[in-house]
Design a protein around this ligand. Structure first.
Ligand SMILES: [Fe+2]
Length: 296
């Protein structure tokens, strides 16, 4: 594979050692909204001794992608085991959700009252072991966009933490800024077929209407993953997140790929564009500016 011509500087490191209100970093909305990854190399998610047994793929249902807790119900999904074990596993994941929320609200006080808790997931399986189609292959650079779950412009803010017990980093690649990425493919993207969004929502293919924003984001996701030259030669950098590291980014904006690693927790937060510190930095407003029309 030819080496990429340009590397990018996407990761911003902070020395915080606490999840709660007493940590030093706060008010960094501008940093995350600029498309950077905020990394906290000294912010581990502490497991109780009795929780270390959960660092094993046997707890994950082979049919499910992840073990997760869904909100607002708080229901555990995708896990297999005895009832008391699953209760303890759920408690661990819920604690991560609460600590992530405290961290996010300290880092981004502007989002208070507007940040909605999405799924909390626990991923005890090895990234490298997953056999998938090119479209589902997350070892290729992509922005997050989901065929069945249209976001309609709502942002995806994610908090990740590596809980690997044997020193193995979560290995990512990160890529070019969102606007440069959009410009790379936007000229080739056609408008959705009239009636197709209604049809997909009515048939239950999508959870809600796939807006033109969702259509463009899915096209960017798919075109990037299918483009071998882009994958190997576009501006990019490797980013390793060692065990004990927590990192935060808007995954609908940051080009990312997960190359390897095992045992991670991830919390998704949803945030409407108008509640960003600078809404014009969002993928929705960026695409609307480039296309010179609203994407509804
Ligand atoms: Fe992703």
């Amino acid at each position: 594979m030819p080496a990429p011509a340009v590397t990018v500087d996407v990761v911003q490191r902070y020395d915080d050692r606490s999840w709660s209100d007493d940590g030093p970093t706060r008010g960094v909305e501008k940093v995350v909204e600029a498309g950077r990854v905020l990394a906290f190399p000294n912010l581990p998610f502490a497991l109780a001794d009795s929780e270390r047994r959960f660092l094993d793929p046997r707890w994950a249902d082979v049919k499910a992608k992840n073990v997760s807790v869904r909100w607002p119900s708080g229901e555990l999904r995708g896990a297999v085991g005895a009832a008391d074990d699953l209760q303890a596993l759920r408690a661990m994941i819920v604690r991560f959700a609460e600590q992530s929320e405290a961290l996010a609200l300290r880092l981004f006080p502007h989002y208070r009252g507007h940040l909605r808790r999405g799924n909390t997931s626990f991923r005890p399986t090895d990234v490298a072991g997953r056999v998938r189609s090119w479209r589902q292959d997350d070892t290729r650079l992509h922005i997050d966009a989901f065929p069945s779950n249209p976001m309609q412009g709502t942002r995806l803010l994610r908090v990740f933490t590596n809980v690997n017990p044997s020193g193995e980093p979560r290995r990512w690649r990160v890529g070019e800024p969102f606007e440069a990425h959009a410009k790379r493919y936007l000229g080739a993207i056609r408008r959705p077929l009239p009636g197709s969004a209604w049809l997909m929502a009515t048939a239950g293919i999508t959870k809600r209407r796939r807006t033109e924003y969702d259509h463009v984001m899915l096209q960017l996701h798919d075109r990037a993953k299918a483009d071998a030259a882009f994958q190997s030669t576009s501006p990019q950098a490797h980013a390793d997140f060692a065990p004990g590291t927590t990192w935060v980014c808007f995954s609908d904006q940051v080009l990312h790929a997960a190359l390897g690693g095992q045992h991670m927790l991830e919390q998704t937060f949803l945030l409407d564009v108008e509640h960003l510190h600078r809404p014009e930095t969002s993928p929705l407003r960026t695409l609307e500016r480039l296309l010179q029309r609203p994407l509804r």
